[in-house]
Each structure stands twice: as structure tokens, then as C-alpha cells.
Design a protein around this ligand. Sequence first.
Ligand code: 8YV
Length: 309
Amino acid sequence: HRCIDGLSNEHIPRTRTREALHPLQVLGLPGKGPFPRHRNTIRAVVGNATAGADGELIDNLPNLEIVSSFSVGLDKIDLAKCREKGIRVTNTPDVLTEDVADLAIGLILAVLRRLCESDRYVRSGKWKKGDYKLTTKFTGKSVGIIGLGRIGLAIAKRAEAFSCPISYYTRIKKSDVNYTYYPSVVELASNCQILIVACPLTEQTRHIINREVIDALGPKGVLINIGRGPHVDERELVPALVEGRLGGAGLDVFENEPEVPEELFGLENVVLTPHVGSGTVETRTAMADLVLGNLEAHFLSKPLLTQVV
Ligand code: 8YV
């Protein structure tokens, strides 16, 4: 038996899942249904951005060989334990880079040009009464990016097309880019108008957006998060937005998904999306192909397609 956990029809068209998984046996979610009964025979687990393979799950599956994640992010997988136990880990890099970068730019435009508010203005008939507020220009604004990996670079490339000066923060300065480097997130935030979180979630990057960073970005600054919810300390972010100490935010991810702080619902300077950075049919299909391709390679003793561990 091989356990495929985390693939749902919402992620992968049904026919494709059925066809592609045959003859794998799909056992469902950990702790539910047949899962506990099969703990000794499960050899593979599929996770995603919300359900991965933590230490407890791994300890419960003595014959686990591979964790194939339907995500590029690996924060829900206990990588150290996988290394220690010789369990292989794969993810879905590259195929989602462009979509996530596109969404980052979409969120910037939506916040600055008030696209959602404008849409509501037309639909509600307010246009006929007419007191449309002017919005904020994106072209030429300075953009700061936290994390300059594949996704960060794809965002930078897009922002360059909008004539934006680009700066970034990474732990180690990159030698192969010409963007301005700041050795701390506070310095980056002090020197840009739009701050984008595009780094992996680790213990070091948890709450990388804290009070100090929010204050440095300031009442005209905009925060975009297409990384992970816990990158941002929401207990600091929410009052800053409500009190106008931060200019605006475009958020695709939240600390406690699918819970979103309700104080944000009434704010027109905030745009909220439900963790859909990679959520196009094309990309989710390519991600599914990678998940299944990695499982197939593993069980056929071929080289893995996107091996992390
Ligand atoms: C997915 C993601 O939305 O790749 C990631 O790390 O967060 C997203 O692509 C997610 O894995 C699907 O649940």
C-alpha cells in the first residue's frame, strides 16, 4: 500500500487523479478512515502547503520511504527527521514560479489601484452618484523583496518592467544580481515603498515582518505576502492597518488559514486572496504531474525528478 495524502479534487481534475494514481491505493487523511490500520504498510505520503509530514506522522509510519509534496514550500515537513531516517522528500519547484510572481504583481496593482474597491463601486451603482477617489501609481515605485530565490527573482523581473527600482534582503548578498542589497529587513523596509515577502518559512523567517519592520515601511508603505502566513506577525499587522500606521497590504497567506482576521474585512486598502499563488489549472496540473512522477520514479527505482532529501 502506498498512501497518497493531500491530493484532492480541488487541486487536481478528478479523472486525471484516478487515472494517474492507478494502481496506487489512496488511503486518505492521517488519523481518519483507514489510515491508522495501514500504518505498517504505508510507504509514501503526499503532502501540501497545509498538511505535510511532521515528526509525529513520520514516527507513526515505520515503513515510510518517501514524502512527495504538492508544494514548493517544505515548512510542513520535518526535513531533519526525514534525513535521519533516510526518507526521501520531493517538492514542486519551478512549475509554479511564474504564477506566484504574477499574483504578487496582481496584488500590488489591486492594492494601489484599488481594483476590488473599484469593482464594488461599479457593481453597487455608486458610480452613478459619482465620487470616485483617486488611487496610487505603481510604475516607478521602489520594490523591496525578502528572499531572492526563483520566485523573488521572477517578481523582480516583472517589477523591472514597471520601471521599479529593486532592492532585496537575503541572508547572504547575491553576487549575480544588480539590485540593491540591504543586510536587514528593517533597512530594506525603510528604503522601499512596496515590501514583498517571497522567502521560505523557517524558524529564522517566522515573524520576519514584525512591529519594527511595519513601522519602517510606514503609513505610505504596502506589504505583499505571497510566502507563508507565519512570516507576518498578524497581531502587529492588523492594528497597523486599522490605525493607518501601514499604508496597505495584499495578502495571499495567513497565520491560521483559513482563518483571516475579521478586522481586515472592512479595510479598502487591503486585498485578500485565499492562498492561490499557484492556483491555476495549468500550474496545479504540472504540480500534480511532478508529485506523481516523483512517486513513480521512486517505486521504479529511477532518479527522482525534484529531490530535496
Ligand atoms: C499550494 C504552496 O497552494 O507551493 C507551495 O508552497 O503554498 C502552494 O503552491 C499548496 O501546496 C496547495 O495546497
